[in-house]
Ligand binder design. Structure first.
Ligand code: FES
Length: 364
């Protein structure tokens, strides 16, 4: 069964066209790495400009992991656009921060969106702000986008069964997929992994699917190997995985040589820097110099140095970190900026770098 590197579009009769379908989990550098692997990948599509701002109100706030680290927010709004499993929304928080969260509710519920957020005490502050939102608080979005679409067997995928793999908060995009697979009578199985049962969000909702789901926690079984996560992974399986980077890396490595298996994954954090060189930047407003090491992003280096720069996705697709370069040569690693924008001196500092070990001056 030749599933390798198949470029799959959403089946038009099943999923509506998306305004800003982009790849969330695989930056260009990661694609380069993946093309050496025997797993199908999704390719990025250029985002279009957003149009409409949608006001949302927090209608419900509920702790969904027993260790209290994850809250689910039900957001209510007027005329909410529909969505499909794998979609996420940009949430514009009252402070001005923008963060992206997978929609983890029921796509058939048209007047609310549900997101779930793990509190990250030493992150960029977005998750803490979300956790502190009270019922009645107002946020905004521009509507759902789908970077992790589920392609259904018979509707654009030659696969015959699904294997879902979720690690911790990685359950959020997977959860609506389970409902769709179940409703369509598709053969599927799942492993849900985490530190302990108390740390797993929505464990009750996932458990309701019965013995199709294996819940595997480190405190009982030890950290899972890729083989345990993949299960028997028969010929014709489409694997949908979301979780921590080491888990995804192990799964990708285990599927090398498996031309008969599709792999779709979504990551929540920045992809690792590939083929980076150390370089330096100057901050024009303060003349501060910052060194960027070979294995860190320019955005990380600025954050480390206490230089404020806006960001959201950290993966080169949302455009929040767009910054003007006043001097120097940029190694553009995104697929978002147009040539005129690049010619005009713009760069995405979350993913792009200086050419070689050269120096950049940023309009910050
Ligand atoms: S933070 Fe989203 S493109 Fe850089």
């Amino acid at each position: 069964m030749g599933l390798r590197n198949r470029y799959r579009q959403l089946p038009p009769n099943l999923f509506r066209p998306q305004r800003r379908d982009v790849l969330i989990g695989v930056a260009d550098a990661a694609i380069t790495g993946m093309e050496a692997m025997a797993a199908a990948v999704r390719r990025p599509r250029m985002p279009a400009e957003t149009d409409r701002t949608i006001a949302l109100t927090v209608a419900e706030r509920r702790v969904v992991a027993h260790d209290q680290d994850v809250v689910a927010l039900t957001l209510v709004g007027q005329g909410l656009p529909g969505w499909h499993p794998g979609s996420h929304i940009d949430v514009h928080l009252p402070s001005g921060l923008v963060r992206q969260y997978s929609l983890c509710g029921d796509p058939d519920t048209r007047d609310t969106y549900r997101i779930a957020v793990r509190r990250i005490p030493h992150g960029g502050g977005g998750s803490i702000e979300v956790h502190d939102l009270k019922v009645g608080a107002a946020v905004k979005t521009h509507g759902p986008r789908n970077a992790f679409p589920l392609t259904v067997p018979g509707y654009g995928s030659p696969a015959r069964q699904f294997r879902f793999i979720a690690g911790g908060i990685g359950i959020t995009p997977i959860l609506p997929m389970l409902g769709l697979a179940q409703r369509r009578g598709i053969d599927w199985s799942m492993v849900y992994a985490g530190r302990s049962r108390d740390s797993l969000p929505f464990v009750d909702e996932v458990s309701a699917f019965g013995d199709r789901v294996a819940i595997r926690t480190d405190d009982v079984s030890g950290p899972p190997t890729a083989d345990k996560l993949l299960g028997d992974c028969a010929d014709g399986t489409a694997v949908y995985a979301c979780g921590p980077a080491p888990m995804l890396t192990a799964i990708r490595a285990a599927l090398v040589g498996r031309d008969d298996v599709e792999l779709h994954f979504e990551r929540f954090a920045a992809p690792p820097v590939v083929d980076g060189e150390e370089f330096s930047v100057s901050v024009a407003s303060t003349a501060e110099n910052v060194r960027v090491s070979a294995d860190e992003t320019l955005l990380s280096a600025l954050n480390r140095a206490g230089v404020h720069a806006p960001y959201s996705c950290q993966q080169g697709f949302c455009g929040t970190c767009r910054t003007r370069v006043l001097a120097g040569h940029v190694d553009h690693r995104d697929t978002l900026l147009t040539d005129p924008e690049r010619d005009d001196g713009m760069m995405l500092i979350c993913i792009s770098r200086a050419v070689g070990d050269s120096h950049l001056t940023l309009d910050l």
